[in-house]
Design a protein around this ligand. Structure first.
Ligand SMILES: N[C@@H](CCC[C@H](N)C(=O)O)C(=O)O
Length: 279
């Protein structure tokens, strides 16, 4: 049976989303329907689909769920968190400017700034390899990873979702398309991984490309930017706050060190709202 679905197309630095209000409309999507909505030729097109739901926990304002373009549900999404906040405020679902929202990996707190940007407390990064999850007998911040016969040096970080960050001389020539899928599916990352390629410009400025798990290379990745800055600070290559330049624009990431939360600030943009009939 086909059904009609209202959605809003949004993006954070070109990392694009189909956002669905499941507070005011009943919705249950199959994995195939998520893939259809994300398909750039046959559907709407997006890197991730976000479903906004009523909260299930006292003291929390909403729950939001995140699905990659491949249909898989994931734990966390930085650019999505900013778009979520802009969505619930602009759609009149809340009048709060600081919003507590539960994700698959805990509660995060986006705040709408007066200048239109959104700042998100993305929580404390997880560095213990087993919890990333990353298979390793060492808990060193820099670890060798064999990728098709080449040994690269990565820092494994979870921002709720897993990231492998490597430092490169120049992101424009980094082997993102070649190595990205190999790192994503590397057997030492049992939940797969987002592969970050980080170029240090100076103490407070980096460039970043991310080959995302379940979506391929995106124009920006918010959790990837958080993980990259955490990796850069742990490796003593950069100092907080750091401007992260992505192909879609800039994020500001601040982190005060191990055991403290990462703060991310950047834009969130609504493009259009429409209805679609699902197959
Ligand atoms: N684009 C996102 C991350 C989305 C999830 C990621 N692909 C994963 O599988 O963990 C961001 O802005 O953080």
């Amino acid at each position: 049976m086909s059904s009609k679905l209202a959605f809003t197309k949004m993006h954070g630095l070109g990392n694009d989303f189909v956002v669905i209000d499941a507070v005011r409309q009943h919705i249950e999507l199959t994995e195939a329907q998520v893939r259809y909505l994300a398909d750039r030729h046959f559907g709407v097109g997006c890197d991730q689909l976000l479903i906004v739901e009523a909260a299930q926990t006292p003291g929390v304002d909403f729950r939001y769920r995140i699905f990659n373009a491949d249909g898989g549900e994931v734990e966390q999404c930085g650019n999505g968190a900013r778009c979520f906040a802009r969505f619930v405020f602009d759609q009149g679902l809340t009048d709060k400017r600081e919003i507590r929202v539960e994700t698959k990996k805990g509660i995060i707190t986006p705040r709408l700034e007066a200048d239109g940007n959104v700042t998100v407390d993305m929580g404390v990064p997880v560095l213990n390899p087993a919890d990333v999850p990353f298979v390793s007998e060492s808990d060193a911040y820099v670890q060798p990873l064999d990728v098709a016969g080449n040994t690269i040096a990565i820092t494994a970080v979870s921002m709720g979702n897993p990231h492998a960050v490597q430092v490169v001389a120049d992101v424009d020539t980094a082997p993102v398309a070649e190595q990205g899928p190999l790192i994503e599916h590397h057997p030492r990352f049992p939940a797969r991984v987002n592969a970050g390629f980080l170029q240090v410009v100076d103490d407070h400025h980096v460039r970043l490309r991310v080959f995302e798990r379940g979506a391929g290379e995106t124009l920006a990745c918010g959790t990837g930017a958080c993980a990259a800055v955490v990796a850069g600070i742990l490796r003593e290559l950069v100092v907080s706050p750091v401007t992260v330049e992505t192909r879609g624009g800039e994020l500001t990431i601040a982190w005060n060190g191990v055991g403290t939360p990462v703060m991310m600030t950047g834009p969130a943009v609504s493009v259009f709202s429409a209805d679609i009939t699902l197959p």
